[in-house]
Design a protein around this ligand. Structure first.
Ligand code: NI
Length: 162
């Protein structure tokens, strides 16, 4: 298990557009394993490669639906409906804010064997896919927050947390 350092808001790497992965290498496989370890260590449900300083289009997601998703060069190809709820990010520690996202999305991506596949997610999975794909474009959820960001430890907002 190898943990990588999570870059936090203000680090310019988080505002950079990531580059497509052309081929799978041992180094990239190791990066993906480390990204899962780092995400679980931070109790996150998703992580994008630029959050650990690597400008590659790689996302890992685990929303506790029994799957570990690796999305390489992901592209959202359809969106349906809307959902409004709390969102946070390992790169913006301790904070949370209200963000509206599609209720359902389909993403086309490559897996860790560079096989193309499509994944349709609803609710939290749809939210995670959108949030992580935004990271790869250099965008943070804080740009989308409706109202104010708040500290998750602020007792005034405890009841908002699910
Ligand atoms: Ni994030």
């Amino acid at each position: 298990m190898a943990l990588r350092t999570i870059r936090t808001e203000g680090d310019p790497v988080l505002n950079k557009v990531c580059k497509p992965v052309k081929e799978m290498t041992d180094r990239t496989r190791e990066l993906i394993e480390d990204m899962f370890d780092t995400m679980y260590d931070g109790n996150g449900v998703g992580l994008a490669a630029n959050q650990v300083g690597i400008l590659k289009q790689i996302v890992v997601i685990d929303v506790e639906d029994g799957n570990q998703y690796v999305l390489i060069n992901p592209e959202i190809i359809s969106e349906e409906g809307t959902q409004t709820g709390q969102e946070g990010c390992l790169s913006v520690p301790e904070m949370s804010g209200t963000v509206t996202r599609p209720q359902k999305v389909t993403v086309r991506a490559f897996d860790e064997n560079m096989q193309e596949f499509e994944l349709t997610g609803e609710d939290l999975l749809a939210r995670a896919i959108c949030h992580e794909c935004d990271h790869l474009k250099g965008r943070l959820y804080t740009e989308l927050v409706e109202g104010d960001l708040h500290n998750v430890n602020d007792p005034e907002y405890q009841e908002d947390e699910e």
